[in-house]
Design a protein around this ligand. Structure first.
Ligand code: ADP
Ligand code: AMP
Length: 216
């Protein structure tokens, strides 16, 4: 299964990507996670990316395309992948098409998770992530069993640096301007599957699975 997960920041891409990756037995490739790991390690990529991420801006296309190309060529993508957070611009989508063509494979679908802006703001305010394994929680909608502690690995739950209200507003604006045109792009290619993301996590997951199976 080769899938792209699209949608505004906070739509639930990471949450659904993890569940789909487990269900289909393929890796989740989250470009935001790759960048955050580089920032934490203090690599040259991390230092460069941080300047953009802190401002809520997109990291340049050539940098992102290089990262994704390298990652897609790793062995564990043989049976597929869930791309989460890439592509985010038309040039990134065009590059992805070339990369997949060179690999001799095709995307099965582009899943677009739709959530209204006001709901996104609420989600950011309550998002907590594990600083060790990256698992995502929400203090109200998806709370951990023990406050502040990751259910999966016992790591500490923290608030993401770019989840403050001002940066969040900026990130949603950037999405509207630079990423939303991809909805039309993939619609024209007949690859788009629109999903109402303003429902409980399990309902959204079941809907995505049945739509990918061609039901509904
Ligand atoms: P994205 O990867 O698109 O930025 P996340 O998967 O990190 O989004 O989800 C953003 C926040 O909203 C997290 O705190 C997550 O637990 C929560 N969340 C995800 N999906 C839902 C949902 N369907 N209903 C309510 N909250 C959700
Ligand atoms: P995310 O974890 O998907 O919300 O991404 C966090 C941040 O990483 C974004 O706000 C961007 O600064 C950067 N980023 C992640 N993926 C991309 C991408 N495909 N293109 C450009 N920037 C990205």
């Amino acid at each position: 299964m080769r899938i792209v997960l699209m949608g505004p920041p906070g739509a639930g891409k990471g949450t659904q990507a993890k569940k789909l990756a487990e269900f289909f037995g393929v890796p989740q490739i989250a470009t935001g996670d790759i960048l955050r790991a580089a920032v934490q390690e203090g690599t040259p990529l991390g230092k460069k990316a941080k300047e953009y991420m802190d401002k809520g801006l997109l990291v340049p296309d050539d940098v992102m395309t290089g990262i994704v190309k390298e990652r897609l060529q790793e062995k564990n993508t043989e049976n597929g992948f869930i791309l989460d957070g890439f592509p985010r611009t038309i040039p990134q989508a065009e590059s992805l098409e070339k990369i997949l063509e060179e690999m001799g494979v095709k995307l099965d679908a582009v899943v677009n998770i739709v959530v209204p802006r006001q709901e996104l703001i609420e989600r950011f305010a309550g998002r907590r992530v594990c600083e060790v394994c990256g698992s995502t929680y929400h203090i109200k909608y998806n709370p951990p069993q023990k406050e502040g502690i990751c259910d999966k690995c016992g790591g500490k739950l923290i608030t993401r640096a770019d989840d403050d209200v001002r940066t969040v507003e900026k990130r949603i604006d950037v999405y509207e301007r630079e990423t939303k045109p991809l909805v039309d792009y993939y619609q024209r290619k007949n690859m788009l599957v629109n999903i109402d993301g303003n429902r409980p996590i399990e309902t959204v997951f079941e809907d995505i699975k049945s739509r990918l199976r061609g039901e509904g």
